[in-house]
Design a binder for this molecule. Sequence first.
Ligand SMILES: Nc1ncnc2c1ncn2[C@@H]1O[C@H](COP(=O)(O)OP(=O)(O)OP(=O)(O)O)[C@@H](O)[C@H]1O
Ligand SMILES: [Mg+2]
Length: 240
Amino acid sequence: MVETGISGLDAMLYGGIPKDNQVIVVGGPGAGKTLLAFEFIYKGAKQGHAGVFFALEEDPKRIIHNAKSTFSNFEDIDELIDQGKIIINGKDISEGILSEFDDPKYEFGKIVTEMESLIVKSGATRVVADSISAVELIVKDPIAYRRSMWSLVANLRRLGVTTLLTSESDRPERSKLRFKPEHFIFDGMLAMYQSGEDIKRVSALEVLKMRGYRHSFITAPYEITPSGFDVLSAEEMTRR
Ligand SMILES: Nc1ncnc2c1ncn2[C@@H]1O[C@H](COP(=O)(O)OP(=O)(O)OP(=O)(O)O)[C@@H](O)[C@H]1O
Ligand SMILES: [Mg+2]
């Protein structure tokens, strides 16, 4: 098991994410997908495990800036970056597609190859791709898109890395979640929901699947704190 190090989440996963598994994290805008994925890399780095964060949509500088600002108690982010334990790689995946004559499948294949070489070079065991919704924009044909997702998963699996891939959901409420092809392709799935109460938004996290492993079936509220995510365990929920 690969411990995420995220408070409350490992308990929900009965230990962590199974090694070499590719897990998709689905959530609405501002749910905290990027921050959760960053914490996964950060906590691993602190334990000595190198991790690569592929920023597919946002500027790496912004990712680091936002992570430092939100997680103000993570004081050694720069140090871990300098040591090569945290690698934030920027890759605007729409950049490769310059004209209508470019084949998106081919371009995406090139990106996957580049990702692979950085993973191998850095010796990373933890990987993040944030977000894979960007792929949908360039590989528009549904069959080509599904194939792209398959090849991505197959490559990551072959490299033996444990991966979190974030994916945008336009329906952040639990009852409205719509499943997409990639949700079926990956080994595991975490969903971050937001329910709109009149005066306060409530955020909660659920493990929707983890192939071959037992996990909690509880939808647990979470908070984002200066020391990282705090996912309330079932025990805590009954205590509060
Ligand atoms: N210091 C903080 N304390 C509590 N919550 C915070 C703090 N800083 C940021 N947040 C929350 O985290 C959210 C941003 O998280 P993040 O960027 O990970 O979201 P996301 O799911 O990746 O969104 P997007 O789909 O827009 O990329 C903010 O909208 C805010 O609600
Ligand atoms: Mg994000």
